[in-house]
Design a protein around this ligand. Structure first.
Ligand code: HEM
Length: 197
C-alpha cells in the first residue's frame, strides 16, 4: 500500500500482536464459505471499479449507521450523549483503506494479524484507544456479522457503475459478501470464550 499515513492504520506494523488463528484456519474457513480463487479474482476486479468511489460509498454506509439508533450508539460520546464527530471521522479514514484492502484480497500473515486487531478494536481491549475516544466500551457481538448485509447490499450499485457486465457485478457482489462475512467471523475472536472460537 502506498497510501499516505492514515492515523491508527497499523497493518504490517511490528507492534501488532500475532493473530490467535492461523493461515491454515483461514483456509478452512474459506472452504466452508465456498470462497475460492474465483472470488479472489472478482474482489480484485472490484478494486479499480471502487477506487474513486470510496467517499460516496462511505457516505452511504455512514448514513445507514447514523440513521440507525441501534448502531450509532457505538459512536456516541459518553459526556454529551451525541455522536462523536471526531471519532466517526477518524474511523472513516481507516474504513476507506479497508475497502481497498478487502478488494486487494491478499491473505498473508500481516492481513491476518490486522484482522485480529480489528476484532480487538470492536471490543473492550481496544475500542476507543486508537482515536482516544470517550465512547462505549464495545460493539455488541450480535450486530457484527449482521452488518455484512447492509454493507454489501449498498455496495452493489457502486460495483455496477463502471460498465461491468451484470454477470460480473453479481460475482463481485457475491465475493464481497463472502469476504465481509469471513472478516466479521475473524473479528469475533475476542468475543468468544477461550477455546471455543
Ligand atoms: C471500526 C468495519 C461492524 C462500529 C471499524 C473499522 C472497520 C470496520 C474497517 C476500522 C478498523 C481500523 O481501525 O482499521 C466493519 C465491518 C463490519 C463492522 C465491515 C461488519 C460487517 C460494526 C458494527 C458497529 C461497528 C455493527 C456498530 C456500530 C465500529 C466502531 C469502530 C469500528 C465504533 C471504531 C473502533 C475503535 O474504537 O477503534 N469497523 N465494522 N462496526 N466499527 Fe466496525
Amino acid at each position: 500500500q502506498s497510501t499516505p499515513a492514515i492515523p491508527g492504520y497499523t497493518m504490517g506494523q511490528k507492534s501488532l500482536a500475532k493473530a490467535p488463528f492461523t493461515l491454515a484456519d483461514l483456509e478452512s474457513l474459506k472452504k466452508t464459505l465456498l470462497f475460492t480463487e474465483e472470488d479472489i479474482r472478482y474482489l480484485r476486479m472490484s478494486r479499480a471499479i471502487l477506487a474513486d468511489q470510496h467517499e460516496a460509498i462511505l457516505d452511504v454506509w455512514y448514513g445507514f449507521v447514523a440513521s440507525t439508533p441501534e448502531l450509532v450508539v457505538y459512536f456516541k460520546n459518553n459526556k454529551t450523549g451525541a455522536p462523536d464527530g471526531a471519532y466517526l471521522g477518524a474511523v472513516r479514514k481507516r474504513f476507506g483503506q479497508w475497502i481497498a484492502d478487502t478488494a486487494d484480497a491478499n491473505y498473508d500473515q500481516s492481513w491476518l494479524d490486522y484482522q485480529y486487531e480489528i476484532g480487538l478494536r470492536h471490543t473492550t481491549p481496544k475500542k476507543n484507544k486508537t482515536d482516544e475516544a470517550d465512547s462505549v466500551p464495545l460493539v455488541n457481538f450480535r450486530y457484527l456479522s449482521a452488518l455484512t448485509i447492509p454493507v454489501t447490499t449498498t455496495l452493489k450499485p457502486f460495483l455496477a457503475k463502471k460498465g461491468a457486465s451484470a454477470a460480473d457485478v453479481e460475482k463481485m457482489h457475491a465475493a464481497w459478501v463472502k469476504s465481509v462475512l469471513l472478516q466479521s467471523i475473524l473479528w469475533s475472536y475476542p468475543y468468544i470464550k477461550d477455546g471455543q472460537f
